[in-house]
Design a binder for this molecule. Structure first.
Ligand SMILES: [Zn+2]
Length: 269
């Protein structure tokens, strides 16, 4: 019996020309217009990449600046040991949404599983999109999140799919950095074009001491505030006056102490 296996022919998303992918081939260059495309199960979309502007040394520099910044625990740049920095191209779905006002918005969504979900905050300068290259096609991480799933997620987020006027796959250059601090390994990602750092879990400044000193301050002053009221209850106008005096004096004494403790905490953490 003859088995019918129709040849797969897909249309280029730019010029509509017939493309003849080999079995299993997912990245293609259109022979007619030179567009680079990705074959998803459901459709053909453009395939772009963003060229890195940072080499590894500058990526390490961006990581060190982030570690020295305000988000992370004090002196992390000096105390952490960077154990591994690896470069790769990470796949993201890029959607161009045209709002009813005519304004265009770009939406980016990770197209592969990642422990750094913060990556979805990546901003993309549209001018930096380039046609993929054979090298990118060969080495970049292929998407594992199907386009359908990404579109489903969009409609669940109340984004009308008819407003999506363009869909594409973009490979973003990233440096995945592992560093060791206080007996554990953390991961941060340095975006290879902007130098922006993304991390979900990192040694953050502890908030508990600040909350504690704030709580103690509130309770102390609440107690002080009851002195005039108690004075008035005990001894009328004179009592009220004495109460105010105690309250004011104690407040003046306590304030610099609390301030000193807060300053000490800020210097330590
Ligand atoms: Zn074409």
């Amino acid at each position: 019996m003859e088995s019918l296996t129709p040849a797969t022919i897909v249309s280029c998303s730019q010029c509509g020309g017939d493309l003849h992918p080999d079995a299993g081939q997912i990245f293609l260059t259109c022979p007619y217009c030179g567009s680079t495309v990705f074959l998803d199960k459901s459709q053909v979309v453009f395939h772009w990449y963003v060229a890195p502007t940072l080499d590894e040394t500058r990526a390490r520099g961006a990581l060190a600046r982030w570690m020295a910044g305000n988000q992370t625990v004090k002196d992390l740049d000096r105390k952490a040991r960077v154990t591994e920095v690896t470069f790769s191209y990470f796949p993201m779905w890029l959607f161009k949404r045209r709002l009813p006002s005519g304004e265009d918005r770009l939406l980016l969504m990770p197209a592969a599983a990642t422990s750094i979900s913060e990556l979805k905050r990546i901003h993309l300068p549209p001018g930096d999109l380039r046609r993929s290259t054979p090298e990118i096609d060969r080495t970049a991480q292929p998407p594992t999140v199907p386009l359908e799933a990404a579109l489903n997620w969009l409609s669940q987020s109340k984004i009308p799919l008819q407003e999506i006027v363009e869909k594409s796959l973009v490979h973003i250059p990233i440096y995945t950095c592992k560093y060791f601090f206080n007996d554990r390994t953390y991961t941060a990602i340095v975006e290879g074009a902007s130098g922006e750092v993304f991390a979900n879990i990192y040694p953050a400044k502890a908030e508990a001491p600040y909350l504690a000193i704030g709580g103690i301050t509130a309770i102390l002053y609440l107690c002080l505030a009851t002195f005039p009221a108690m004075g008035a209850l005990q001894g009328g106008a004179a009592g009220l006056g004495i109460g105010f005096l105690i309250c004011g004096a104690a407040g003046l004494v306590i304030a610099p102490i609390l301030f000193a403790i807060a300053a000490w905490i800020a210097a330590k953490i």
